[in-house]
Design a protein around this ligand. Structure first.
Ligand SMILES: Cc1cc2nc3c(=O)[nH]c(=O)nc-3n(C[C@H](O)[C@H](O)[C@H](O)COP(=O)(O)OP(=O)(O)OC[C@H]3O[C@@H](n4cnc5c(N)ncnc54)[C@H](O)[C@@H]3O)c2cc1C
Length: 412
């Protein structure tokens, strides 16, 4: 049976970023990187933004040129799906019937878009967005479309609708929650973002549940909602969340609980198996609990830690989660976790000018759990990171709310 010292399943950001730290510590150990996609590793972030808008070339989305893999002795296999893991025997089975024995295995299998199983779901013109192929198909469809309806008002949905507006499409977002981006923002900020996007030309219909896709001749013609008339559409994008790709791990008997459960060194519950990126539910020593984060920065840093540990480093992932989103001139940056708070503070006025935007602090028990900055400066973000990591408890939160106080001085 074929054998490799290091096997990485998944050629996304997490899987790819494990390569360099392995090679730094072990220049020659056999390293196999498997992806079931047809492309070599690329960045998904521009797929709903600059690439979709036509502002970035196709070459520009790839993480490295094709030669990189050979030059670094990485056996990259595209269109290769791992179908079974025997964690006791340390053997991975692939779709093509081959088996691969590993010494160290990284599961960086990411996730897939949640499907909306509504009547009419098979009509042509309904798109999901996760892969470069998806983005190519959507971009092509946008060239001919006039009316875009996006179902789901999360970050990806809003970014796609923004790309639609920039391309001159009549673009509507349908969101079941009371306001856009409601999993991340509090209501006043979500409503503020909504007004901002509406002023840019985006139509927003919140509090409406899509119930049916209408079509004619097999093609989409509109989206019906529970409360209103059919919204005409010749192009629909569904962005209603991600399901972590845990099938391999689950079938192998690894601990899985909304993601593959790993410790702070990203080790899964079987020896020599690691998990990283969107699929990993990791222990955060900063917040002293498990988190699963579906964002770029965590995937990159997880990959680096997992790779280093596969090659024997024994380091912990101690970073704060971080993510960003761009829509028109809005630049949203979040450090920490938004999912656990008992209070949200506003620092500055909720507006964006040439001088900058505003900040929110997500608090729990007087501690800062997250910093959310809209159009702020990097220097301030660094100070906020230190503040969160300090775990300082604020009896009086006035200094956090007062824009004239220096954040750098607050972390103690
Ligand atoms: C359109 C879009 C825009 C985004 N924008 C932002 C943003 O602005 N900011 C931000 O912070 N984050 C953003 N993200 C999220 C970010 O891109 C992800 O968090 C990151 O790509 C996750 O990387 P990953 O390696 O964990 O998983 P993935 O990128 O999902 O990679 C997993 C790979 O594993 C492959 N795979 C799965 N199972 C198998 C198997 N059994 N065998 C072989 N291969 C397998 C998959 O096909 C996939 O290629 C965006 C995501 C998308 C889709």
């Amino acid at each position: 049976m074929d054998r490799a010292k290091y096997v990485i399943v998944g050629g996304g950001l997490a899987g790819f970023n494990a390569v360099a730290p392995i090679r730094e510590r072990d220049p020659d150990g056999r390293l196999v990187l498997l992806t079931d996609e047809q492309e070599r590793p690329y960045d998904r972030v521009p797929l709903s933004k600059r690439y979709l808008q036509g502002a970035l070339s196709r070459d520009g989305v790839f993480l490295r040129p094709a030669e990189f893999f050979e030059e670094n002795q990485v056996e990259l296999h595209t269109r290769k799906r791992a179908t079974k893991l025997d964690a006791k025997a340390k053997v991975l089975s692939l779709e093509d019937g081959t088996e691969l024995r590993y010494d160290k295995l990284l599961l960086a299998t990411g996730g897939w878009p949640r499907r909306l199983p509504l009547p009419g779901a098979d009509l042509q013109g309904i798109h999901y967005l996760r892969t470069l192929e998806d983005s190519d198909a959507l971009k092509g469809a946008m060239e001919h479309a006039k009316r875009l309806v996006v179902v789901g008002g999360g970050f990806i949905g809003c970014e796609v609708a923004a790309a639609g507006v920039l391309k001159g499409l009549d673009s509507t977002v349908v969101e079941v929650g009371p306001y856009l981006l409601n999993l991340a923002f509090d209501e006043p900020t979500g409503r503020w973002v909504m007004e901002y996007l509406a002023a840019k030309g985006m139509k927003v219909r919140c509090g409406e549940r899509a119930t049916k896709f209408h079509g004619e001749g097999g093609r989409i013609t509109g989206v019906e909602t529970a409360s209103g008339p059919v919204i005409p559409a010749d192009l629909v994008v569904v962005g209603v969340g991600l399901i972590p790709n845990t099938a391999l791990a689950k079938a192998a008997g690894l601990a899985v609980d909304n993601g593959i459960v790993v410790n702070e060194r990203l080790e899964a519950s079987a020896p020599d198996v690691y998990a990283a990126g969107d699929v990993a539910r990791f222990y955060s020593p900063v917040f002293e609990r498990h988190l699963r984060v579906e964002h770029y920065d965590v995937a990159v840093r997880h990959g680096k830690v997992a790779g280093a540990n596969m090659a024997g480093a024994g380091v912990a992932f101690t970073e704060l989660p971080y993510f960003f989103s761009d829509m028109f001139e809005l630049r949203i940056h979040v450090h920490g976790t938004l999912s656990d708070h008992d209070r949200i503070l506003l620092r500055g006025e909720r507006k964006v000018t040439e001088q900058g935007g505003f900040v929110q602090f997500y608090m729990k028990g007087g501690q800062v759990m997250a910093y959310l900055g809209v159009n702020r400066k990097l220097k301030e973000e660094r100070a906020a990171q230190r503040l969160i990591a300090s775990r300082r408890t604020f009896e009086d939160t006035t200094p956090l709310e007062d824009p004239s106080t220096d954040l750098a001085a607050l972390s103690g």
